[in-house]
Design a protein around this ligand. Structure first.
Ligand SMILES: NC(=O)c1ccc[n+]([C@@H]2O[C@H](COP(=O)([O-])OP(=O)(O)OC[C@H]3O[C@@H](n4cnc5c(N)ncnc54)[C@H](O)[C@@H]3O)[C@@H](O)[C@H]2O)c1
Ligand SMILES: O=C(O)C[C@H](O)C(=O)O
Length: 346
């Protein structure tokens, strides 16, 4: 039985993400939490006739179908506690999005506190849940989540993920314009580092199968992946940032976590993790000089089971990108850690 929870479920990402989770046969129970509108979103989704299935290829035995359960809560009457109790996977897209001219770091002032308080709830009501952080700035909100869990004495680094899948999805999509690949999701492109501008490092030299990118097209392609978020923010003209593509990406990552937990083998996905807590991560932390980094991670029943060090395989141009990435990441990580230990006065 899998209970998935969305914190920030009424928002631009929260609603389509909840729809995808409601339509997924991997989810038995879906619980929605937001400071507004959850009764409406929950009532709406509750009319969908989807069912939960235990696929025989994942779990031995005959296919068992069950009716899904959906619940929705507001903060009143212990809503957060009720939403989180019994949670297996918690996705957090709560918080404000960017407007044109803003950086993700400009969101820190408001979103840092939102993520801290929601993770305090997770530490109390569902400390063993897998936590998938979507709220920006991810480079800081994931360290915030880790510090809150540490303070509560329940931090398991294998269970905390910064969702960077949208960068992978963008790399797959944008490279298609050059290669003409008909099914972009068949091209695996590792995107490592963090989730903002130059901290996003797509590694086209390590694409599988290999891709041929003309030299003059490579730099613009890398830039487009790094600044893909800005493209959407500009196009929306003040109405927010990527929501639909993010819901797709968030669901894609959540589905992989759930499948791995259910026993499916060989699932490897880039995700922003606390390196010292994941097997293989120490070496990467030493090489990058930072404790948090997105790398391809093997997922399994206990979560992030192994971090893959692909740094020795990158080419010289990518090495330069990595230098800029490390510098950018360091400050954002420290800012998140500091926020939990020395919160600014209210
Ligand atoms: N990781 C990524 O790749 C990625 C991609 C896109 C957007 N984002 C980030 O996701 C966040 C959400 O974006 P959006 O477009 O859905 O924004 P949105 O404003 O449409 O929705 C955010 C929702 O969070 C809710 N919320 C606010 N405070 C809350 C709290 N304390 N508890 C519960 N819910 C709360 C709001 O009521 C709202 O419904 C932003 O920070 C955005 O930058 C991340
Ligand atoms: O760009 C943003 O602010 C949202 C998100 O991080 C994205 O990459 O689309």
């Amino acid at each position: 039985m899998v209970k998935a929870v969305v914190l920030g479920a009424s928002g631009g990402i929260g609603q389509p993400l909840s729809l995808l989770l409601k339509a997924s046969p991997l989810v038995d129970e879906l619980s929605l939490y937001d400071v507004v509108n959850t009764p409406g979103v929950t009532a709406d989704l509750s009319h969908i006739s989807s069912i939960a299935v235990r696929a025989p290829e994942i779990i031995q035995g005959p296919v068992a179908k069950r009716q899904q359960k959906i619940t929705g809560y507001l903060p009143a009457e212990d809503g957060l506690k009720k939403a989180l109790t019994g949670a297996d996977v918690v996705l957090i897209p709560a918080g404000i999005p960017r407007k044109p001219g803003m950086t993700r770091d400009d969101l820190f002032k408001i979103n840092a506190g939102i993520v801290r308080d929601l993770v305090k709830g997770i530490a109390e009501y569902s400390p063993k849940a897998f936590i998938l952080v979507i709220s920006n700035p991810v480079n800081s909100t994931v360290p915030i989540a880790a510090e809150v869990m540490k303070q509560a004495g329940v931090f398991d680094p294998k269970r905390l993920f910064g969702v960077t899948t949208l960068d992978v999805v963008r790399a797959e999509t944008f490279v298609q314009d050059i290669t003409g690949e008909k099914d972009p999701s068949k091209t695996v492109i590792p995107v490592i580092g963090g989730h903002s501008g130059e901290t996003i490092v797509p590694l086209f030299s390590l694409a599988k199968p290999a891709v041929k990118i003309p030299a003059e097209k490579l730099a613009p392609l890398i830039k487009r992946v790094q600044f893909g978020g800005d493209e959407v923010v500009e196009a929306k003209g003040g109405a927010g940032s990527a929501t639909l593509s993010m819901a797709y990406a968030g669901f894609r990552f959540a589905e992989k976590v759930i499948k791995a937990v259910k026993g499916e083998k060989g699932i490897v996905e880039p995700t922003f993790v606390y390196l010292p807590g994941v097997t293989g991560g120490d070496e990467i932390a030493k090489e990058t000089g930072v404790d948090y980094f997105s790398v391809p991670v093997e997922l399994g029943p206990s979560g992030a089971e192994k971090a893959t060090n692909i740094l020795p395989n990158v080419d010289d141009e990518e090495k330069k990108l990595l230098e800029a990435c490390k510098t950018g990441l360091k400050g954002s990580i420290e800012k998140g850690v500091e926020f939990v230990h020395n919160p600014p006065p209210k």
